[in-house]
Design a protein around this ligand. Structure first.
Ligand code: TNX
Length: 506
């Protein structure tokens, strides 16, 4: 009944009765935050306040288990969750939640009396350490509370990296103290494009996170063992920044924040002043996000403005660069060098391979597996995120009633069939370089959190199993667990997923 499927389950006989007085024993202070989440998640619906003591639920660390690994034992006289680390214990708690009836995902008890948990022994660990979700908050803004909720839904699925796409042509969403116009002028657009875009209502759209908002998101994510990796996209996808500070562009024109979709033609210029701007922005970014990796985008960099710019051509000549691909690489290399002085490394999309990769860069490949294969063979860490297989903004069926008619059809079965390790790497030494995978929630066509739910779920539940569970997972078992147990949980959590016989309700 658990999603993602655990490595091993041995069902037993009998039940443990979880009642209002079930004690909670947590001898290790390192596990206090996990105990706090357990209380928060289980108390409302079970009515249990978990007084400290033995004979109920025990949370413990076990040095014999690996990272993120846990053993969950439900016996008639008690429940024990042992983890190799706090993350492992946390995942044990998430599995325990899924052993309880779906109504325990609500915030009030629906029936009186103890909740019966079937005796079982579970041993579990993830296949990959990087189990990611990209959320684009630039094309459409999602509020802090939407992001916090998404983090909770990720944690339910044992997903552990939130790659937050914070800036793009259509909006800059992160407060930068040194450059206030980024969010004053760069976070609002006057209207959105009409057409297939459901956000094209001609009304203004915008919003941003203050640095305090970000601290809150990062802290909340930490309690759920989710790392938030920021993405500040450079040097392309920067029309909002150039709108705020025209001197960052190549033409000096006063632009507007982009209202349409597709790859823009604007790109940062390559002057020393612009590189200083970029360094200063990333200095504030690294203060907010504690993870080692910092996303710099690097995707779909338009090169026409550089071709037409005397200054860019002079820079290329001075550096002995042969083409604009190499200029883009040089630019990314400058950012990489700067991040290194702050003890950080960069994460970029596979386009950063085009003119040569900076050392230590991690590559996220989205166009196909080609970039991942090349980068892994060259000794770089990679994450796979092929659009065709895991972009959840893509439409879920060919029906004209699909509310988001974008991309090619990507039904849940195809997401489930996704294999994170490219075939060419499987069984080779470079396979170790595949840290994991991430699904993409790009939001050109997703203009509010209800549509986000519809696009994300239940495909994200299928994706979770591709990165957590073993490679020989079973699609039929997944669909049974999904329909019989997991969708009722999502109902209880008020997730407006797309029904399997959809599209509806819209
Ligand atoms: C490609 S993935 C993009 C995004 C779009 C997405 C739409 C990537 C690095 N670039 O900018 O939002 O396709 O599916």
């Amino acid at each position: 009944m658990i999603i993602p499927a655990p490595s091993r389950t041995r069902p037993g006989t009998g039940t443990f009765a979880l009642g209002p007085d079930t004690p909670l024993h947590v001898p290790d202070p390192e596990l206090a935050p996990v105990a706090a989440v357990l209380r928060e998640q289980l108390a409302p619906a079970t009515g249990c306040h978990f007084p400290p003591g033995r004979g109920g639920i025990e949370l413990a660390l076990d040095a014999g288990l690996g990272a993120e690994t846990y053993q969950l034992t439900v016996a008639a006289d008690g429940i024990r969750i042992a983890g190799g680390d706090a993350a492992g214990v946390f995942y044990g708690v998430q599995s325990l939640r899924q052993l309880l009836p779906p109504q325990t995902f609500r915030r009030a008890p629906l029936s009186a009396g103890p909740v019966l948990v079937g005796c079982t022994e579970i041993e579990d660990r993830p296949r990959f350490g990087w189990r990611g979700v990209l959320l684009d908050v630039a094309r459409h803004f999602f509020t802090k509370r939407d992001v916090l909720r998404m983090i909770d839904l990720m944690a339910l699925h044992k997903l552990n990296v939130l790659h937050l796409h914070l800036t793009d042509d259509q909006g800059w969403r992160l407060e930068i103290k040194r450059y206030p116009r980024l969010t004053e002028a760069g976070c609002w657009r006057h209207e959105s494009q009409q057409g297939w875009d459901p956000g094209g209502d001609g009304r203004p759209h915008g919003g941003y996170y203050t640095q305090d908002d970000i601290r809150e998101i990062v802290a909340h994510a930490a309690t759920r063992h989710v790392t938030v990796i920021p993405e500040v996209d450079v040097p392309g996808h920067t029309q909002a920044a150039i709108t705020a500070y025209p001197e960052l562009g190549n033409t000096g024109e006063q632009l507007q924040v982009a209202t349409g979709w597709g790859v823009g033609t604007r790109v940062l210029n390559v002057s020393d002043a612009t590189l200083d701007f970029v360094r200063n922005v990333f200095d504030e970014v690294v203060e907010l996000f504690p993870g080692t990796l910092i996303g710099v985008g690097g995707d779909e960099c338009p090169k026409e403005e550089w071709k037409a710019s005397e200054a860019a051509q002079a820079r290329m000549a001075a550096l002995g660069l042969r083409n604009e691909d190499e200029l883009q690489s040089w630019f990314i290399g400058q950012v990489s060098d700067h991040l290194a002085t702050r003890g950080r490394r960069l994460l970029g999309w596979d386009e950063i391979l085009e003119g040569g990769l900076p050392p230590g860069a991690t590559v996220a490949s989205w166009r196909d597996h080609h970039g991942a294969v090349k980068a892994a063979r060259a000794g770089h860490d990679v994450i796979t995120s092929p659009a065709r297989e895991v972009y959840l903004d893509y439409r879920q069926s060919a029906s004209p009633d699909e509310p988001v008619p974008v991309g090619t059809v990507l039904p849940i079965e195809e997401v489930y069939a996704f294999e994170p390790v490219p075939e060419e790497l499987a069984g080779t030494q470079a396979e170790e370089r595949v840290l994991g995978a991430q699904c993409g929630l790009w939001t050109e066509a997703i203009d509010n959190v209800r549509v986000l739910d519809f696009q994300a779920f239940p495909r994200m539940s299928a994706f979770a199993e591709t990165v957590w569970s073993s490679a020989d997972r079973d699609a039929a078992s997944f669909m049974t667990r999904l329909t019989e147990h997991h969708l009722p949980r999502l109902d209880a959590l008020d997730v407006e997923y797309r029904p399997l016989d959809g599209p509806h309700p819209w």
